[in-house]
Ligand binder design. Structure first.
Ligand SMILES: [Zn+2]
Length: 410
């Protein structure tokens, strides 16, 4: 990924969580290990809670280690993990408090999972996992999945991972895999894709060769509006059960959007591969709330994390496909005329774009994608002429943009 200034040969980190099922004939040791680990977390939790503010993992470890080892019976590494995770949970709580979402409280943990450190308390190969339980290292057979094979080809590194008891009563190992890849050299790239993410269309893509595609968000917009109305009604009620329903609903909505973003990002990358795209440009959306003025009713939709999530998925899948990703300046992408470069708020009327200078007309979201593509291409151009290290295009460069030739269709 490139942001702002950059150089060639950027290393990108790919992280994947692979869910592996343990064969069903597990012993009671797993259950006991999870129970004791949770007991340890709950114990450490009371210590932080009494402290009335979060504390660092090392400090918490010092305060809890003895008890965790001798009273609860956890292994050494597990005791360290307990401190680290509990400390982390309270840091998250503090962040939520800062956002006004909740108040200081005692956190309790459900006995459904335990985290292990690779090398220290778990080892793994394609059909067997060794876990340090309360009674030392035990081996468990994992189900063989075709798709999981690639993660045992030697190119991945394993990180701290969780053993989780799913609702189906079976144990799964959530193996966190990491791989470093070199982002492709973009100085030779010729075909670029700009992606505009938005409400009317979840995404609009435009390539240097003139291919454009709309990924509609029409139905999504309606569904999210329904969610939004329900939320408002429940918030007004302000009862305990309403709060519970609210929480449940928010989880459902997040999962719904996540699935949708996965589907759309996959389709975008498929089309990028088909069109021979080697660099994808995305808008740098950090600070979207401040920049976008919208009617109150739509604010919820606009200031949404969902756009950023879609971008993140696109970026990840692009890296997997060997496509480079560049984040460009998002200013005026929907107000800049692709043919004469005139920038004006008046160019935009809702969903349509009409340049007040030259009269050029087009769907406004497509104009956004075209401008992002142009900025991405300009970025590459700068790398070429200036010898690799440059800043992302700024406004002075915008004037020099050449309008991309458009071949409509698709
Ligand atoms: Zn114009």
């Amino acid at each position: 990924m490139f942001i702002g200034c950059c150089v060639k040969n950027v290393i990108v980190k790919l992280t994947k969580t692979v869910v592996l099922k343990l064969t069903t004939d597990t012993d009671s040791m797993l259950e006991e290990t999870i129970d004791k680990f949770t007991e340890g977390m709950d114990y450490a939790s009371t210590i932080v809670y009494a402290n009335k503010k979060p504390m660092g993992a090392m400090k918490l470890q010092k305060l809890t280690y003895e008890h965790l080892r001798s009273e609860i019976g956890l292994k050494s590494q597990m005791s360290c993990n307990v401190a680290r995770q509990t400390a982390g949970a309270y840091k998250t709580l503090q962040a939520q408090i800062r956002n006004g979402g909740t108040k200081w409280q005692l956190l309790e943990f459900a006995p459904t999972k335990v985290k292990f450190s690779y090398g220290r308390d778990f080892s793994i190969n394609h059909d067997e996992i060794g876990i340090t339980t309360l009674e030392g290292r035990q081996k468990y057979v994992i189900m063989n999945y075709q798709y999981a094979k690639q993660f045992f080809d030697g190119s991945w590194k394993y990180q701290a991972s969780e053993l989780v008891k799913h609702k189906d009563g079976n144990y799964y190992f959530h193996l966190v895999c990491e791989k470093e890849i070199k982002e492709p050299d973009i100085t030779q790239a010729t075909n670029f894709m700009g992606i505009d993410v938005g409400i009317n269309h979840l995404a609009v893509t435009f390539t240097t060769e003139g291919q454009c595609k709309f990924f509609t968000g029409g139905e999504i917009k309606n569904i999210r509006n329904v969610y939004s109305k329900q939320r408002k009604r429940l918030q007004e009620k302000d009862t305990r059960s309403a709060t519970r329903v609210l929480k449940h609903q928010s989880g459902r909505e997040k999962r719904f959007m996540k699935d949708m973003n996965h589907v759309v990002s996959r389709k975008i990358i498929e089309s990028a591969i088909n069109d021979g795209v080697s660099v994808i440009g995305l808008e740098d959306l950090v600070g979207i709330r401040k920049r976008t003025k919208v009617r109150k009713k739509q604010r919820y939709l606009y200031s949404s994390w969902a756009f950023r999530e879609l971008q993140t998925f696109v970026e990840y899948k692009a890296h997997e496909a060997g496509i480079a990703v560049i984040y460009v300046d998002p200013r005026y992408t929907s107000q800049t005329c692709p043919t004469c470069s005139h920038i004006s708020r008046n160019n935009r009327r809702g969903r349509s774009f009409r340049c007040e200078m030259c009269g050029y007309e087009l769907n406004a979201d497509l104009v956004g994608a075209m401008n992002i593509e142009a900025r991405t291409r300009a970025f590459r151009h700068d790398l070429e002429v200036q010898g690799l290290a440059v800043d992302s295009p700024d406004e002075t460069l915008l004037d020099e943009f050449q309008a991309p030739s458009i071949r409509r269709g698709n």
